[in-house]
Design a protein around this ligand. Structure first.
Ligand code: SF4
Length: 312
């Protein structure tokens, strides 16, 4: 890890090692749903989730997938000067519907030579044998990344978010992918800024992640979007999002206890639709928030893994 550059282990380094050059993840939007939205087991949508199910480009949803891919690639190629892409099925739960639907989408993506892998976003309770077999099958053919929406290892927090799955289910899912899909690169999403979250919760989360065989983590700051239950809590004064500095302090604490070998996607999440963001406003400032985080960590000489070797 080059700590002079960045005080954490960025996923881009992994991409460069694996693909020999910079690659860019392009998010596509396909009409979808998830167990929460379908009311499975009486579940309700997660309290923070907007109607687009976390899609980056919901306006593309009805556009033919191959056309979406080509137009997004074109923009990204010029803007970021990259030649290879990972196709990211981000919105909703991509392994909830029939496995054949995901298979068809993957096949469309893999027709493009410059797509060097796929990224499938899903939840811990949507990993049937068919899904796992499918992931394993494609991992023999291309690079397959799974991003699992774990969000928290605290059952009380999961309940508050209305996730509809437990921490135990997340651990089960991680172990299942590990056992049955050895070539799949496995990442988890975590949310910071949950109510009553303490420093010891964050350290405990890092310890849990270190013990599981996880390749990377993606960190989100909990932000409030319009037309979500969280917005109601926010308006009633029952939920207060974190200020930038406090969020970054929590990220720093987590990183110091995180295994330095685990790759990290990003330090702050950006609201994909600024028009839907209620709070906090700093979430719209992608580069400023990123630089703030880097400066904050460097000023304190905080680095990923500093406390890792002290763990028993
Ligand atoms: S966050 Fe995912 S699982 Fe939760 S409601 Fe949104 S799309 Fe469904």
């Amino acid at each position: 890890m080059d700590h002079l550059e960045r005080p954490y282990n960025p996923i881009n380094e992994y991409y460069k090692k694996r693909f020999g050059e910079k690659v860019y993840k392009i998010s596509v939007s396909v009409p979808g749903t998830c167990p929460n939205r379908e009311g499975i087991r009486g579940m309700k949508p997660c309290n923070f989730c907007d109607e687009w199910g976390s899609a980056a480009f919901p306006e593309f949803r009805e556009k033919e997938l191959s056309k979406q891919i080509e137009s997004i690639k074109e923009v990204v190629r010029i803007r970021h000067r990259v030649h290879k892409f990972l196709l990211y099925f981000q919105a909703y739960t991509n392994t909830f519907r029939k496995t054949q639907v995901l298979k068809d989408h993957i096949e469309v993506g893999l027709k493009s030579e410059d797509i060097c892998g796929i990224v499938v976003g899903t939840r811990p309770d949507c990993l049937s044998e068919n899904v796992v077999e499918l992931l394993n099958h494609y991992a023999e053919r291309t690079a397959v990344f799974v991003e699992l929406g774990v969000q928290s290892f605290d059952n009380g927090q999961l309940e508050w978010m209305r996730r509809g799955h437990s921490a135990e289910k997340s651990i089960w899912a991680i172990e299942k992918i590990r056992a049955q899909c050895p070539k799949v690169n496995l990442g988890i999403h975590l949310i910071f800024g949950l109510p009553q979250e303490t420093d010891s919760d964050l350290i405990k989360t890092a310890h849990t992640v270190n013990k599981l065989n996880i390749d990377n983590v993606k960190l989100h700051n909990l932000h409030v979007l319009t037309k979500t239950p969280l917005e109601q809590e926010y308006l009633r004064g029952d939920f207060k999002p974190l200020e930038r500095e406090e969020y970054v302090r929590r990220v720093g604490l987590f990183l110091r206890h995180l295994d330095p070998k685990i790759y990290v996607h990003r330090l702050t999440a950006v609201a994909s639709r600024h028009d839907e963001l209620v709070a906090p406003r700093w979430t719209t400032e992608k580069m400023r928030s990123y630089q703030f985080a880097i400066d904050y960590l460097k000023e304190r000489q905080w680095e990923q893994g500093q406390e890792f070797s002290k763990q028993s």
